[in-house]
Design a protein around this ligand. Structure first.
Ligand SMILES: Cc1cc2nc3c(=O)[nH]c(=O)nc-3n(C[C@H](O)[C@H](O)[C@H](O)COP(=O)(O)O)c2cc1C
Length: 191
């Protein structure tokens, strides 16, 4: 199984990166083919809303030449896309939001081009947040579920851990074994 993981945290060694460690270790242990994209080290500009991509048939087609082309290619080649993010203002970080908006070119619904380049892909969330899980992450989960309906993706669920003591919160047995369990769950889950 090919898995594309996007880390949207601006903190390279922050809580989300810490929670990703056991998750990635577990995926590696079973030989899953994973690629991790650390968005804070890449450049993905915001969507310009020009709809140029909607006239480009059979390819991603955004006119902005930045790292989104690499990510869009990885998404098309993956079975599963994992959105790893701290919750920022009841949604994901702006780094990840730019990627979600720029996915627009992957489905041609609005102009002369036709087709969906990500039809049937699976999506999962790995999140960290300060408030309790439901209060913090429900709006983001609902947004991603709606996005999955729109793009015809399969939503595979979320694992999240609350930040109560900065990095230490993500090093507890509960956090690390939860991240490992979620990795195993995603591996055995069918499309
Ligand atoms: C700008 C900003 C906005 C945040 N907004 C929220 C929020 O809406 N809900 C929440 O539960 N936590 C919020 N947090 C807390 C972070 O989600 C939490 O500390 C997270 O673990 C940080 O992960 P990181 O170290 O990977 O960046 C916010 C933190 C920052 C810096």
């Amino acid at each position: 199984m090919k898995i594309c993981i996007l880390n949207g945290s601006p903190r390279l060694n922050g809580n989300t990166a810490e929670l990703l460690k056991p998750f990635l270790e577990e995926l590696a242990a079973v030989g899953a083919e994973t690629t991790l994209y650390t968005l804070a080290s890449m450049h993905v500009a915001p969507c310009k809303g020009c709809y140029h991509c909607q006239d480009i048939q059979d390819e991603y087609g955004c006119f902005q030449q930045d790292d989104m082309h690499k990510i869009a290619k990885a998404m098309q080649e993956s079975d599963l896309i994992v959105l790893a993010t701290p919750i920022y203002t009841w949604f994901c970080t702006s780094e990840l939001k730019a990627v979600l908006d720029r996915m627009f070119g992957l489905a041609k619904y609005y102009r002369t081009a036709k087709g969906n380049l990500v039809e049937g892909k699976r999506i999962a969330i790995l999140a960290t947040h300060g408030y309790d899980a439901a209060y913090a992450a429900d709006p983001f989960v609902i947004g991603i579920q709606r996005m999955c309906e729109h793009y015809h993706l399969q939503y595979d669920g979320m694992f999240s851990v609350r930040d109560v003591d900065d990095i230490a919160s993500f090093q507890t047995k509960q956090a690390t074994s939860g991240a490992r369990d979620f990795a195993r769950y995603l591996l055995q889950k069918k499309a």
